[in-house]
Write a protein that binds this ligand. Sequence first.
Ligand SMILES: [Ca+2]
Ligand SMILES: [Ca+2]
Ligand SMILES: [Ca+2]
Ligand SMILES: [Ca+2]
Length: 448
Amino acid sequence: MILAPPSNRGSVLIVVLWVTFGLVSMALYFAHTTSLNLRTADNRVAASSAQLAIDGAVRYLTNILATAETPGALPDPITYRSDGAPVGDATFWIVGRSLTTSSGSTPTTPVFGLTDETSRINLNTATAEMLQWLPRMTPQLAAAIVDWRDSDSTASEGGAEDDLYLRLPMPYRCKNSPFESVEELRLVYGMTSEILYGEDSNLNGVLDPNENDGDESPPADNRDGRLDPGLIEYTTVWSYQPTTTGDGSNRVDLASNDNQALATLLQEKLSTDRANAILRQLGNPATGFRSVLEFYIRSQMTAAELALIETNVMVAGTNSLAGLINVNTAPEPVLACIPGIGTERAPSLVARRASNDPRTPSIAWVTEILDTEQAIEAGPYLTGHSYQFTADIVGVGHHDRGFRRSRYVCDLAGATPRIAARRDLTDRGWPLGAPLRAQRLLALQNRR
Ligand SMILES: [Ca+2]
Ligand SMILES: [Ca+2]
Ligand SMILES: [Ca+2]
Ligand SMILES: [Ca+2]
């Protein structure tokens, strides 16, 4: 046997050591990559099961809305699953809003349930005067919003049309046609993300810690212990009322002078005697009503009687059926924008409606808060019924991994329900708060 000289043996050993080290490193590297790949794949599976939970929730909620006992009412959250509903090993939640919050208080824990698009101000129908009352709004911005959607290129006072847009560093033209989404507000001259989103950066209606710490973490906030949301919280492009009833027949237009259609409806829903008495009260022809509320006041019918015919009547004509605001669900800052209500009477409406039965929605009760003049002024902007609802759905996969969030607008005004819009909100971050997440992680550990 020929032995290598001692110095050579040392070199061989070093080479062998290096090779071994290399092999071990490669093995470790591949193991790590494999484990990373596995984890990525696992997260991908979790994310897709979160998405499947959301897809399932959309079908479930569309069905809840389509078969609701009271068409036109926001379904009571106790009648459906919205808080941590399991779908296989995934889970979904519906991020909702409280209907009883006054502007002075701020929810600190999430509320679950569907929300009502008709509870918001419609960007395509609201006047600049109404928009001006929204939080963070200026007269110039309100004018620019109206100029953005109106077909002409004549700027209203303080507003903005082509001439201003074309002078921007990155010029573009004024749209001059209706808003197709609320997010489109970002294009309006003078809009900032602070005005649009406000302090509620994760769009959950809850004051999260980063939304009340000043500039310590985004977003910028005033650290005053209350949530000051942006325009996105109070505006919509989706609200409109159907011109037909649930059975497909046309609603009676109270603005027309077709007394016969009204008489037939009253006889059918009430009685011949009551129909005659109401028509006598209204005088002949019973015409020129600017709102259902005005008809109710002038007819002197009872609130119970109005509730029986409310979804069978409308005021078409000058007042568009798009953009009516549901007085049963609108938050205080939205009600405050309505002529005849304003900031003085919006709080009383929110307080008073808490005692209403949500299963029999109506507008009749507002006459208990507003006097006749105020009610007639507010009437053309109000409704008691909604046909567009939003499901802001959060989904997580197995072991609470793979967070996804999407917002769907479901439109029930047509013959069959349809999804009018979908927007992914995953990048807005976790909207259900740290306590809920911690609680679920603890429950997971205890199960293991
Ligand atoms: Ca215009
Ligand atoms: Ca928030
Ligand atoms: Ca902050
Ligand atoms: Ca604040």
